[in-house]
Design a protein around this ligand. Structure first.
Ligand code: HEC
Length: 268
């Protein structure tokens, strides 16, 4: 062992030094306390305290008016429901509640008022979106391409790593006239999904499963990036897609899956 630690005198003095430091700490604490004790209360803290009291009083009041439905047990540890009062309270709320119509395509009943309303929704102004497409020859931002490449991993599960498609899963994106065509088509497919049959690069695809709305839950930037990537990879070359364009078509989310007839036709 180290000689200094082995030395009883050194240990003894270390003990008293430690004790001294702790005592000093308490003395400083005590003095601080004395000095600050008589200060006027902080007006902000006081205002917050009064507000807390006010909220508390209101909560107590609300709870009291609700207590007809509930009874406190003798020792106040448990709350017992008063069935009749509870049933009438809950019943009134149920009767007053209205079902919320769902616009989730998976839940819309065909022929229901919601389905009719969705079908009759005003046509989206796709021309305004396509007018914002940068001119032909505009190079994509490399950072956006990198982001799009990451996002494309999901698409590649169906469309293939190089957008080559799969005869029984999804049509190709490489050399697809849809990919090079109007941007509004591509964004709407991301927002609503797509149901075939669809002809891509001269071949008709009638696939067992439609494409799901892949972009509904992604940010405008991510959707724009993945579409920009697809339009500038696998031999494709078309102007980038901007987040503003994606934003303009967010209203498409929730509408039923698109059919090819809903898209702006493209020349093969
Ligand atoms: C679950 C499989 C699946 C995934 C994942 C998927 N798609 Fe699709 N996609 C399809 C199918 C299937 C079609 C054709 C519609 C049909 O036949 O019902 C299609 C069609 C398309 C089309 C139009 C046709 C074409 O080939 O040009 C584009 C563009 C497209 N998808 C882009 C994408 C992008 C971008 C992603 C990733 C964000 C993606 N898809 C993810 C299955 C998928």
């Amino acid at each position: 062992m180290e000689p200094s630690r082995d030395n009883p005198m050194a240990r003894f003095s270390a003990f008293w030094w430690g004790l001294g430091v702790i005592l000093l700490f308490f003395v400083v604490l005590f003095i601080t306390r004395l000095v600050t004790e008589n200060e006027a209360p902080n007006p902000l803290e006081e205002a917050a305290r009064l507000k807390r009291l006010e909220v508390r009083a209101k909560v107590d009041e609300d709870q009291k008016s609700n207590l007809t439905s509930w009874t406190l047990s003798e020792d106040k540890s448990t709350v017992k429901a008063n069935p009749e009062a509870v049933f009438s309270l809950v019943g009134k709320q149920l009767v007053a509640s209205k079902p919320t119509p769902s616009t989730d395509p998976a839940q819309v009943v065909p022929g229901s008022p919601t389905a009719e309303k969705l079908a009759a929704a005003p046509a989206t102004d796709t021309a305004a979106v396509d007018d914002l497409t940068p001119p032909a020859g505009t190079a994509p931002d490399p950072a956006v391409m990198e982001k799009g490449k990451q996002a494309f991993l999901v698409c590649s599960a169906c469309h293939g790593q190089n957008g080559e498609g799969n005869p029984v899963i999804a049509p190709p994106l490489a050399g697809s006239e849809w990919v090079a065509g109007p941007v509004s088509n591509l964004i709407r497919i991301q927002m609503r999904g797509l149901e075939g049959p669809i002809t891509v690069a001269g071949k008709e695809y009638t696939l067992p499963a439609p494409m799901a709305p892949m972009g509904a839950a992604s940010s405008d930037e991510d959707v724009a990036a993945v579409l920009t990537y697809v339009r500038n990879s696998f031999g494709n070359s078309a102007p980038p897609v901007t987040p503003e364009q994606v934003k303009m078509l967010r209203s498409e989310v929730g509408k039923p899956a698109l059919k090819v007839a809903d898209l702006i036709p493209v020349a093969p």
